[in-house]
Design a binder for this molecule. Structure first.
Ligand code: PLP
Length: 285
């Protein structure tokens, strides 16, 4: 039985109830995080909480929790749900109003909800064990504030579904200039001539915590050069390797884009080196 946190209480998932007037339900008016945890050890806890605070500041939700308060909730969920491979889902909505009115209400307490769900074991840097993704592509039709990790995910959901319906694992997104942005639930990268290249942080992409940890580790290691710059879709199709990253998956090699093989459909050597560096260093974040 999954034990969840809701507004100060720990209770079975089936007993957790929120008001239908909650603005998270009515408007998707909230911010969320997903923090991975392996055998009780979280990866990137502090940057995840910082990003959630940035999101709440951006949309004017005043919760005011410290890192310690979030840590206590995460630790309790790990303790109550078994400490295997878990993702901790943290969600703060603007709360339940008495009326449906677009303007931010005053004097309404945010709703805080958190639960743990099982994720696959952390990937190992082994070409024979990783399953490469086949991905579709789509023009990025989300909003112009993709740096905010909003619970209003319909745009992402529709892009994911576009690929899913074709049997793809993810959908790579590109803007009106044919430039790669990210994927529906991951950041995106190409590798060309040994250089890892990923679109720069701006309003078109989520500042992924896996992206942050990976780029930081690669730069500190120094053996694989990294560039943050615009990437065209022509470069994606011409890349030596393509990857996507997210907290619950780490670095996933892409072996096919729109039915066209990348690296002849083989997992690349730079992926192997980067996942090795990531696996060795991720628990320091
Ligand atoms: N981009 C989008 C749109 C996402 O939804 C996610 C994760 O959910 C990411 C990127 C990767 O972010 P992170 O590495 O923090 O999980």
């Amino acid at each position: 039985m999954s034990i969840v946190y809701l507004d100060g209480s720990y209770l079975p998932m089936a007993e957790a109830k929120i008001s239908p007037m909650d603005r998270g339900f009515l408007f998707g008016d909230g911010i969320y995080e997903v923090v991975p945890s392996y055998n009780g050890q979280m990866v990137g806890f502090a940057p995840h909480i910082d990003r959630m605070n940035n999101g709440m500041n951006a949309i004017g939700i005043e919760l005011g929790w410290s890192h310690q308060q979030w840590k206590a909730v995460c630790d309790s969920l790990i303790e109550k749900n078994g400490s295997g491979n878990l993702a901790l889902y943290l969600h703060v909505s603007r709360g339940a109003d008495t009326k449906r009115f677009h303007a931010y209400p005053e004097g309404v307490a945010p709703t805080v909800f958190a639960f743990a769900f099982e994720i696959p074991p952390a990937p190992v840097a082994d070409k024979s064990k990783v399953v490469g993704y086949k991905v579709a592509t789509s023009r990025d039709l989300r909003w112009e504030r993709c740096q905010i990790k909003s619970t209003a995910l319909l745009g992402n959901v529709m892009h994911f579904q576009h690929g899913y319906q074709q049997g793809a694992n993810e959908t790579l997104l590109y803007n009106e200039r044919n430039e790669l942005t990210e994927a529906s639930a991951c950041n995106a990268y190409i590798v060309k001539n040994g250089v890892v290249i990923t679109p720069p942080l701006d309003n078109q992409i989520l500042p992924g915590i896996t992206r942050y940890i990976l780029l930081d580790l690669l730069r500190k290691d120094g053996s694989i050069p990294v560039e943050e710059r615009t990437v065209t879709m022509d470069e994606v199709f011409d890349a030596d390797e393509v990857w996507v990253t997210s907290s619950s998956k780490e670095i996933v090699p892409v072996i096919e884009v729109d039915g066209k093989p990348i690296n002849n459909g083989e997992i690349g050597d730079v992926w192997l080196a980067a996942q090795t560096i990531y696996s060795a260093g991720k628990l320091n974040y």
